[in-house]
Design a protein around this ligand. Structure first.
Ligand SMILES: Cc1ncc(COP(=O)(O)O)c(C=O)c1O
Length: 443
């Protein structure tokens, strides 16, 4: 990714402005946020979160209705974010008893919850059935009898769908492949259970959808399978759940593309383009088939929250020995931002963005792992200990995968029209041993 490292996107892309004290969001200097709340620190941009929900909920031009949105909880499981999403009208896509508990605790109505994921046990099946959710997706054949049995036990008839794997989606433990008739056989089996209302179809690509061609190929395969279900089993899918996977335009794969960064970002599908194309394909398909268009359900994760959050961190020290770039050792590393091993995220110098480059750096985390490096080569203004860096697009799969390896986890602040609210305090050392039963120490 040397190419991308040599370029940079503009801070305006995220609504950041430049002032004397450095980069600011809604008039608040990023460095000041880190001063007040500590570093490292996640900062959520409430305005952008609301904007993303609105964009996903928009009715695409020329259509009579839009998609029903169920945010994928695992993507950024911060209760304050999930609560806000719910208040804005997004439902919840959950994959574990904990996530289901959390959604219900946050006041999400069961009719706005989809239960997904592999690994359902008889206990989980009972919880799901008793909760009377909008829809439960059965991940593979064994789950059919499991949920059917729980439904019989409680005399209920839950809405279910089956998760299918297309030729280019995640597969393996995820779903039943359409290929080879396996998904069709699974549907046949599910339909034979009178305790199940088989109304849904679930397909989540998993691998990011970055362009129109990829989306079209994926949707085409799913729609062809809807036809197979109708012609072979007489099943008209009522709820078509096309999962998540839409890429965040400003998060790029770590490849060797020589295209300018801004051009690569420009080519990415926007939320609007994604919805327009998806609705066009689905509605045209069912119109031509002479069957009613099913409800379209989506489970966006990264595209909903990825660009609504940043991670502020600080330079702890510099190791300038040896050949090659100087090593800037930060107070955040793979313990918080491991996803930077796989993705290019924009990184700004918060105090001196726009100054001429003062050096080429490797950005390392503070832990004692040789893997703990966030960027091998980046040009930045001359770094000094205490400088603040802003890692952008930190709202997907950073908090979820953060751990307390050597260091406590950061606090989280929401910035809403210039008002700062701490929504998760930083982990303390006491928190880190709170669950340990023999941690008496010297009294
Ligand atoms: C079933 C399901 N739906 C939705 C999502 C959200 O995916 P993404 O963040 O790619 O939109 C995931 C994440 O892997 C998932 O497993």
């Amino acid at each position: 990714m040397e190419q991308a490292a040599a370029q940079s996107l503009h801070p305006e892309t995220w609504g950041l402005t430049r002032a004397e004290e450095g980069l600011c969001l809604e008039g608040k200097a990023l460095a000041g946020l880190a001063d007040r709340w500590g570093s490292p620190l996640f900062v959520i941009h409430a305005g952008r979160l609301a904007e993303n929900v609105r964009r996903f909920q928009q009715v695409p031009q020329g259509r009579t209705r839009g998609a029903e949105i169920f945010y994928s909880y695992k993507t950024n499981p911060i209760p304050a974010v999930l609560q806000k999403l719910s208040e804005l009208g997004a439902g919840a896509e959950v994959v574990s008893p904990y996530e289901l508990w959390l959604a219900l605790r946050l006041g999400v109505a069961p009719g706005r919850i989809i239960y997904n994921g592999p690994g359902k046990t008889p206990g989980i099946a009972r919880t799901i059935v008793q909760s009377e959710l909008l829809l439960t997706h059965l991940n593979h054949r064994e789950e059919i009898a499991l949920v059917a049995q729980a439904a019989e036990e409680f005399g209920k008839k839950p809405n279910v769908g089956l998760r299918v794997a297309t030729s280019d989606s995640w597969s393996g433990k995820f779903g039943v492949p359409i290929a080879g008739g396996q998904a069709l056989a699974a549907y046949e089996e599910a339909l034979a259970h009178p305790s199940l209302r088989v109304v849904g179809l679930h397909a989540h690509r998993g691998v990011a959808i970055e362009d129109a061609r990829t989306l079209e190929r994926f949707v085409r395969e799913v729609l062809a399978f809807c036809d197979t279900l109708h012609s072979r089993l007489g099943l008209a899918v009522e709820m078509l759940d096309l999962g998540g996977s839409l890429a965040v335009p400003t998060v790029l794969p770590l490849d060797a593309s020589s295209l300018p960064l801004a051009e690569r970002v420009r080519r990415r599908l926007s939320i609007e383009q994604y919805l327009a194309l998806l609705f066009e394909r689905v509605e045209d398909h069912f119109r031509r088939a002479g069957r009613p268009t099913p409800r379209i359900l989506l489970e966006p994760g990264r595209a909903m929250t990825g660009n609504t959050q940043m991670l502020l961190c600080r330079v702890s020290s510099l190791n300038e020995a040896g050949a090659g770039p100087s090593h800037a050792i930060l107070d955040a590393g793979e313990n918080i931002a491991h996803i930077l091993h796989r993705e290019y995220h924009e990184i700004f110098h918060a105090e001196r963005w726009g100054d001429s480059p003062g050096g080429t750096y490797t950005l390392d985390g503070p832990t004692c792992s040789p893997m703990d490096s966030l960027r091998t080569t980046i040009e930045l203004p001359r770094l000094r200990p205490g400088d603040t860096l802003a890692i952008m697009d930190a709202g997907a799969y950073l908090v979820s995968f953060s751990n307390s390896f050597c260091f406590p986890q950061p606090g989280i602040v929401i910035l809403d029209q210039g008002r700062e609210t701490l929504v998760r305090r930083a982990e303390t050392y006491e928190d880190m041993i709170a669950r340990d039963l023999h941690a008496g120490g010297a009294a």
